[in-house]
Design a protein around this ligand. Structure first.
Ligand SMILES: Nc1ncnc2c1ncn2[C@@H]1O[C@H](COP(=O)(O)OP(=O)(O)OP(=O)(O)O)[C@@H](O)[C@H]1O
Ligand SMILES: [Mg+2]
Length: 249
């Protein structure tokens, strides 16, 4: 899978850049996986959590052969839905068992075979029962699971309400906006349209539109590409920026 797979929109020539949050996530995830522990990454929408976690886990897959199972919830799952998602993520053959106890046995047997890491994205959708199920699997002595929970701001609140699970969380990491200095450092590397841009234009774009939010930067970049292609101008300027902002307002 290439880095581009994680981009918000199909944004040709965009690069994954090393933000401070990504560096910290790399260290935290490496330590969590080594300890076969659980961690939680939380923060607002568009701050780059999913991209960072996928980038770091991909590195561990490539460098250390870590087996990563990605589970993403898009709505509040029932206990059966959680079991079923895990069954699918593990790529287990045959039909999913009907009875919960049979299902649990199957999952525990599969998880005892070898160490694995679960990436549970959109974890703010999980309720107490669902979190409790992950804890149950993780606590089982035969399993060697590391779990990375990733979620919006609500994820932290929901997890904190589950003391059985949250007391077992090894590392908590909050993602925040890019600082103005980080914007200056990483945005020119993020996409060629910013590589040649005047630093004032990047400051202007951040203050008026992107506000340190990476998804907003990606959207803005897509509109600027369009504007450059339509006008034939060689590089971004204030007029093009204002036009792009009008689409984001
Ligand atoms: N380090 C990075 N390098 C390059 N682009 C990035 C980086 N981080 C984020 N982006 C861009 O910002 C977009 C949003 O990031 P991402 O999907 O990871 O946010 P998120 O925090 O998971 O948001 P949500 O809570 O809505 O799921 C990405 O699709 C990508 O285009
Ligand atoms: Mg995400």
């Amino acid at each position: 899978m290439t880095a581009a797979t994680y981009q918000y929109v199909d944004l040709p020539d965009a690069q994954v850049v090393t933000t401070r949050a990504l560096l910290t996530a790399r260290e935290n995830i490496t330590d969590t996986v080594a300890a076969r522990a659980m961690m939680c990454i939380h923060g607002n929408a568009g701050f780059g959590k999913t991209l960072a976690v996928n980038t770091c886990l991909r590195e561990l897959e490539d460098a250390r052969g870590e087996e990563v199972c990605r589970v993403t919830f898009r709505a509040r799952p029932t206990a059966r839905a959680v079991r079923y998602e895990l069954f699918t993520a593990l790529g287990l053959p045959g039909e999913a068992p009907r009875h919960p106890s049979e299902f649990d046995r199957l999952l525990k047997t599969a998880l005892a075979e070898r160490p694995r890491t679960f990436l549970v994205d959109e974890a703010q959708w999980l309720n107490g029962e669902a979190f409790e199920y992950f804890r149950y699997l993780w606590d089982e002595p035969s399993t060697q699971l590391a779990i990375v929970f990733v979620g919006g701001a609500g994820c932290h609140t929901v997890l904190r309400r589950e003391p059985m699970l949250s007391s077992r969380v090894f590392i908590w990491q909050q993602f925040a906006r890019l600082t103005p200095q980080e914007v200056q450092d990483v945005i020119p590397l993020f996409h060629p349209v910013w590589a040649e841009a005047a630093p004032e234009d990047i400051v202007f774009a951040d203050q008026h539109a992107a506000h340190g939010n990476f998804r907003a930067w990606a959207q803005l970049t897509a509109h600027i590409r369009t504007a450059l292609a339509r006008t034939g101008r060689p590089k971004v300027d204030e007029e093009l920026l204002r036009w792009a902002f009008s689409r984001l307002a």
